[in-house]
Design a protein around this ligand. Structure first.
Ligand SMILES: *Cc1c(COP(=O)(O)O)cnc(C)c1O
Length: 473
């Protein structure tokens, strides 16, 4: 299994990015009954190689450019194997795996300019990291500790994020019991960043209406366009207004490792909390997100419980407090820290920064090529690694439909996988360059394939029109 998977990763670029699962394969999974007796491991492996491996989403492939997916590494896979072999539970107690996680949390704090006594925990992803940070912020308001017993219902807490904020921020408001309406959506300026004038006005209006502003969420690398909210200005405003300043840096925060992009993130180091992913730009295999909270004790104040069956001792297995289960909702937790350690220590921050630099260069090259192509237009400035563009041709009634169908054509072809979003009301083809394996040759293939599929569609629709004309005539 080990040898074959290493070979499979080595040759990943030679196969299709993605291929649809044949109906019989899907049906076999749907119909499989609960097994009463065990099968040989070899037989299971055989099923894995035939029915699972060929039909994965494809994010390891250099031409997977959809959404924001990391590519993973072979050494990450080996770390996962070791972690599973050890089967450690990092909820707490006194053992070396916990110390490894403390180390990577300290390194993360160092990476982003947080103090070395900042607290943090590895989680599934930035969705959970944002939820933990936002929940922590609710408990940091005046008398916020009481909210743990009484719930947030008695208060009129409201927070602010740009319209471009990721959906998980609204979900965190929902899960925290604040309600999605308590998240005020601030309009964007022309550079797709949070509009500071609008934000100030909204805070003043909410205060005047008797509401209780408590939080500003800035995004470092928005999911649509990769834009970065004005972090220093947000930090200043949060300070003046006495609000918690949280940054969602899911993928973009990693740009601090690239010297030429780090200045764009100035102000990130002033955040009260930060959510980011190791499984995106840092190439750690899924799943590996992280939350950091600047001020020691605050995160534990939001989550820690006192339970007889989890008592902390001065020696023995139950020593080693504080425990990671005090910093979020999870008690049992896997050894994600091992693969994060292997990535940070195995590649070093310079090489990880180089991946950021290279992906951004590939994105800039794509943007330049789009601008040089008569039938295409760029839909947003390229700040980091995300390019939003579309095909524009005369005499097509519905450009959204054309672009959407072209993206599906590309995906189904297995040649290249971009995704879509909407920019300024129109459907955009969106390419996010996150995978360390992606090169400029891959964006050439993206654009060349897109143009040839466009030609096919246009020729087809002309034929239909001609035929319709013939019938009418
Ligand atoms: C990916 C992403 C998230 C969600 O992170 P998950 O790891 O998928 O939970 C949140 N915010 C931004 C900006 C993202 O790109």
């Amino acid at each position: 299994m080990l040898d074959e998977m290493l070979e499979n990763i080595r040759h990943v670029s030679q196969g299709p990015v993605w291929q649809p699962m044949p109906a019989p394969v899907r049906e076999a999974f749907k119909a499989a009954p609960l097994p009463a007796t065990g099968q040989e491991l070899g037989a299971l492996y055989e099923q894995f190689t035939r029915y699972v491996q060929p039909y994965a989403v494809g994010n390891r492939h250099p031409r997977f450019m959809g959404w924001v997916h990391g590519g993973g590494t072979a050494q990450g896979m080996l770390a996962e194997m070791l972690a599973a072999g050890l089967n450690a539970n990092l909820g707490g107690r006194d053992h070396a795996p916990v110390e490894v996680e403390r180390m990577v949390i300290r390194w993360a704090a160092d990476m982003f300019g947080f103090p070395s006594d900042a607290t943090g925990v590895l989680v599934t992803g930035s969705s959970m990291a944002n939820f933990i940070a936002i929940t922590t912020a609710t408990r940091h308001v005046p008398d916020g500790q009481n909210l743990r017993q009484q719930g947030v219902g008695a208060r009129k807490l409201v927070g602010y994020a740009a319209q471009s904020a990721h959906g998980c921020v609204a979900r965190a408001f929902d899960l925290a019991g604040l309600g999605e309406q308590a998240l005020r959506r601030v309009p964007l300026d022309t550079a797709f960043r949070m509009d500071m004038v609008a934000l100030e006005r909204m805070i003043a209006q909410d205060r005047a209406a008797g509401l209780e502003p408590f939080l500003i969420v800035g995004t470092a690398g928005t999911v649509d366009t990769g834009s970065i909210d004005p972090l220093n200005a947000l930090a200043d405003l949060a300070e003046r207004e006495g609000l918690w300043f949280h940054v969602d840096g899911a993928f973009g925060a990693l740009a601090v490792l690239a010297p030429e992009f780090a200045p764009l993130l100035a102000g990130l180091e002033r955040a009260d909390s930060l959510a980011f992913d190791f499984h995106k730009w840092a190439q750690v295999p899924y799943d590996a997100g992280c939350v950091l909270v600047r001020e020691p004790g605050v995160q534990a104040a939001a989550f820690a419980q006192s339970l007889a069956y989890l008592s902390r001792e001065d020696r023995g297995v139950a020593a080693g407090a504080p425990w990671f289960c005090d910093l979020g909702p999870d008690l049992s937790r896997g050894f994600r820290a091992l693969k994060v350690w292997f990535a940070l220590a195995g590649f070093g921050t310079q090489k990880l920064g180089q991946v950021v630099t290279d992906s951004c260069a590939v994105a800039q090259n794509l943007a330049r090529r789009v601008q040089a192509t008569p039938r295409m237009e760029l839909l947003a400035p390229v700040t980091l690694n995300i390019v939003c563009f579309r095909v524009v041709v005369p005499d097509v009634d519905d450009l959204d439909e054309l672009n959407g169908e072209l993206v599906k054509d590309l995906q189904v072809s297995g040649i290249v996988v971009p995704s879509t979003t909407r920019i300024g009301g129109v459907l955009a083809i969106r390419a996010a360059i996150v995978n360390h394996r992606t090169t400029e040759a891959d964006v050439d293939i993206l654009l060349n394939t897109l143009e040839s599929f466009l030609d096919v569609r246009l020729a087809h629709s002309q034929m239909i029109k001609a035929m319709a004309g013939g019938v009418a005539g």
